[in-house]
Design a protein around this ligand. Structure first.
Ligand SMILES: Nc1ncnc2c1ncn2[C@@H]1O[C@H](COP(=O)(O)OP(=O)(O)OP(=O)(O)O)[C@@H](O)[C@H]1O
Length: 282
């Protein structure tokens, strides 16, 4: 089976167990994963700790191959460039001795044109707030700053697809907003994004949202329907079923629905709540 023109990544019946453990079904970390990612699509991937999100990303990026069953088709931008992936542990992916060297090396490996390469690297480092630290040894950077180096690499690489694994987990709220903003802008300009997060506040109502549990996909729909109940006061939304703590905005939305207000989506943040209420009032 081949990727269609519109598909960037496709996983067909993918299962994974480390080779030494594969003799028992219960050792499977991924089971029966079907996921097709269209070009330009944004997918938010959620799940409690240990549900298999990072493993799915690594399999999708081709970082783990042994023990993977099923098939994975990647469209790697046509020129064979690897899909940039930023992992939870940024050290794993950094290659240089300084932020500047890391991003420049990444661009060289990506086969970026030499003209303007250094300027692009420096611009990306400035955008994530590392302008003054671009020549500081990597081992002296904080965990969050190392994460930002990896993110700067993705920004500079202007890759068609990004696989991002909880990249805001170590960032403060200000930097989280900046990084989310950058990645959302890249998506608007056509970049395909697979965004793993534990933070429901990072989701937009229209995001295609995939929830994993015990290595399987258990929910696939828009973020705005994650906490949609079948009837007011009926605690049966997919989000509740899968053990997510409903944010404050969700609880307000449930109250409104109990009062007979029908909302087009269930908001996850105060801003989304304001938006949905305003659309109702209009
Ligand atoms: N090589 C391995 N050998 C044995 N177990 C593994 C291996 N890799 C992952 N696991 C286990 O597989 C499960 C899924 O791990 P994974 O890192 O994919 O989860 P996750 O959803 O990303 O979790 P988190 O949100 O905590 O980062 C975990 O229980 C983990 O301990």
């Amino acid at each position: 089976m081949f990727l269609t023109q519109h598909t960037q990544l496709e996983l067909i019946d993918v299962s994974y167990a480390p080779v030494a453990l594969a003799s028992e079904e219960s050792n499977y970390i991924l089971s029966g994963i079907h996921l097709a990612v269209k070009r330009g699509e944004w997918i938010s991937l959620l799940g409690l700790n240990g549900s298999g999100k990072s493993t799915l990303l690594k399999a999708a990026a081709g970082l783990i191959r042994q023990g993977v069953r099923g098939s994975i088709h990647r469209s790697e931008s046509g020129s064979g460039k690897p899909i940039p992936i930023v992992m939870q542990q940024p050290d794993a992916g950094l290659v240089g001795t300084t932020p500047w060297e890391d991003v420049v090396t990444l661009l060289e490996r990506q086969g970026s044109p030499a003209e303007g390469l250094v300027q692009r690297a420096e611009q990306a480092l400035r955008e994530v707030g590392l302008g003054r630290r671009m020549h500081q040894p990597l081992e002296t950077l904080s965990g969050g700053q190392k994460q930002l180096v990896a993110i700067a690499g993705c920004l500079a690489a202007e890759a068609p697809m990004l696989l991002l694994d909880e990249i805001t987990a170590m960032l403060d709220p200000g930097m989280t907003a900046i990084v989310c903003g950058h990645v959302r802008r890249m998506h608007k300009q056509g970049t395909t994004v697979l965004w793993v997060t534990q933070s429901l506040e990072e989701l937009l109502p229209g995001d295609r949202t995939v929830v994993m549990k015990d290595g399987r996909i258990v929910f696939e729909d828009s973020a705005g329907s994650l906490f949609r109940r079948s009837a007011p006061n009926m605690p049966d939304s997919p989000g509740e079923r899968e053990g997510f703590v409903p944010p404050y905005a969700v609880k307000v939305a449930w109250e409104l629905e109990a009062q007979g207000v029908q909302l087009p989506f269930i908001p996850l943040t105060a801003e989304q709540l304001a938006e949905v209420v305003a659309s109702y009032v209009r």
